[in-house]
Each structure stands twice: as C-alpha cells, then as structure tokens.
Design a protein around this ligand. Structure first.
Ligand SMILES: O=C(O)C(=O)CO
Length: 275
C-alpha cells in the first residue's frame, strides 16, 4: 500500500472507465465511479465502430449526465483493440474511417464538454513503407488538430508498451512527431506505466518535458495494476511533474488486481474529486 498522506503533488485524479470498473456494463460505470467519489472520468473509444448509431451515443451521454460526472478524455476509434490494432492515425487505406472517427468523437466531446482526445498512432503494417505511414500520420494528426481546435480541444499522442509493432515507445518518439507536426494543441500523453516498461528515462520526462505534456496516466510496474502492487515510484514522479510545472490531470488507468472498488483503496476518498 502506498502512502498518500505525505503526498505533495495534489494533482487531480480522473478515473479511466475502460480499465477500472470493467466488471460492470459500460453504462453503469459512471454512476459507480461517482458513488466511489470520482467527479471526472475518461474512456477509450466506448463503441465498437468509428461512428456509433445515434441511440448508442445518446445512451452513453445519458449515462454520464445522470451520474453527474465530467468526461475529461476520450480515445479516438482505434480499430479492433482485441485483435491487436492500436489506432488508425498511420494506417494506409483507412483514412476515411479515421476522419469519420475523429468527427464522431469531436461531436460526442462537444456534447459532453470533453476537451481532450487520445489519438493512438497505429501499428506498423506489413508491406507498408514506415516513412509513408509517418507522413500519413502527420496528415491525419493535422486533420484531428483542426477538428479539435474548432471546439477548443487538444489531442494527445501516447507511447505504448506491449505492442511490438507500435512505433512510439518513448516520450522522445512522440516529441519527434510533435516537432514535425508543429501544432500547439497536440501534446504528449505521458503514461508512466508504458514509459517505464519501455525503459524510458522517467526523471527526464517528468522534469524536462513537462511543458509538452497534455495528460498523465498511471499504473504500477510490473503488472499494470493499482499503485502499491509493484515497484514504480508513482508518487515520486507525480511530485516531480508538479514541481516542474505540470498542472493537468492524472488518469487512473490500470487493470485492477482484485475487484475494482477494492483496488481504489490507495486513493483517499477526498482525493477523488476533480477540484
Ligand atoms: O492500449 C493501451 O494500453 C492504452 O493505454 C490505450 O489508451
């Protein structure tokens, strides 16, 4: 069990409902999160297709509104995650689906007041030229950046672990894309779990790159479970981020070891409110 009593960072936490409370149906999760004390939640793309039918989208919005939680983050449609897909940003031949997914996510975000969208970059595709994929990625990210700007939102780009064919493994990999793109509303999503598993230098990420971070997510290493189940100094890195000027949110995005409600015992009830 980690000790938050001496925690200095005071960064606000939001609960990721695509990883926590997944023992419940999607539409029951926001109410459960609210009952557990959270006032803000985030999701991966909550539908099977890039464009949900109207009834599905409406039911999702109602579930969130009735629970009284804010949605602060949504992933764009990533393809079939269960089959190993990790985003359409660099997937040649699926440009139309990517654009449709961006449009429907922005529309949903506008309804919900959500202003952050996570664009998974996509795996290397057999037979496709990596440089061509990266060029397509810049075009698709520019499209997403323009769409987000219309509602004053931002895009985040995330290094991932556990996906060999996903080329963005470190903060540096993402920052190189951001430099090539040159858009102020596209930032780094620093998931401390993925970065640590990939052997990135977390001291540098949490002190030097702070100004380019749009969001932070946490899980312990190894295992991707709740803080305290592994050896990652999550509190220490959050302290460093805060000291270096990060003022954003921290996504609680782990695979609970045990029932979700029990897995949250590391986080005092009063620290679960956004503000
Ligand atoms: O695929 C993952 O592990 C993610 O964190 C997606 O946001």
């Amino acid at each position: 069990m980690i000790d938050l009593a001496g925690s200095r960072h005071a960064l606000p936490y939001v609960l990721n409902l695509s990883m926590v409370f997944t023992e419940l149906p999607l539409l029951e999760r926001p109410e459960t999160a609210r009952a557990a004390g959270f006032t803000a939640v985030e999701y991966w793309w909550p539908f099977e297709t890039a464009v949900p039918d109207a009834a599905e989208a409406d039911a999702f919005v109602v579930s969130v509104e009735q629970a009284g939680v804010a949605v602060t983050g949504l992933n764009f449609f990533p393809g079939d995650m269960a089959a190993g897909d990790r985003g359409l940003v660099t997937w040649p031949g699926r440009e139309g689906e990517f654009a449709a997914g961006v449009a429907s996510a922005i529309e949903l975000g506008e309804r919900l007041g959500c202003r952050r969208f996570n664009a998974l970059y996509g795996n290397r595709i057999g037979g496709a030229d990596p440089a061509g994929q990266d060029k397509l990625g810049l075009e698709n990210l520019a499209l997403a950046s323009d769409a987000a700007a219309r509602i004053d939102a931002e895009i985040v780009l995330e290094p991932l672990s556990g996906a060999e064919k996903y080329p963005l493994k470190t903060a540096g990999d993402v920052l190189k894309v951001l430099d090539d793109l040159g858009r102020d509303n596209v930032k780094l999503l620093a998931d401390l779990y993925h970065l640590a598993v990939n052997g990135d230098d977390l001291d540098t990420v949490t002190t030097v790159h702070t100004g380019r971070i749009g969001h932070v997510q946490i899980a312990d290493v190894p295992g991707r479970h709740q803080p305290g189940t592994g050896t990652l100094d999550i509190e220490g890195y959050l302290d460093k981020l805060r000291t270096a000027g990060y003022r954003g949110q921290v996504g609680v995005e782990y695979e609970p070891d045990g029932p979700s409600a029990d897995s949250l015992s590391w986080l005092p009830f009063e620290r679960r409110r956004l503000a």
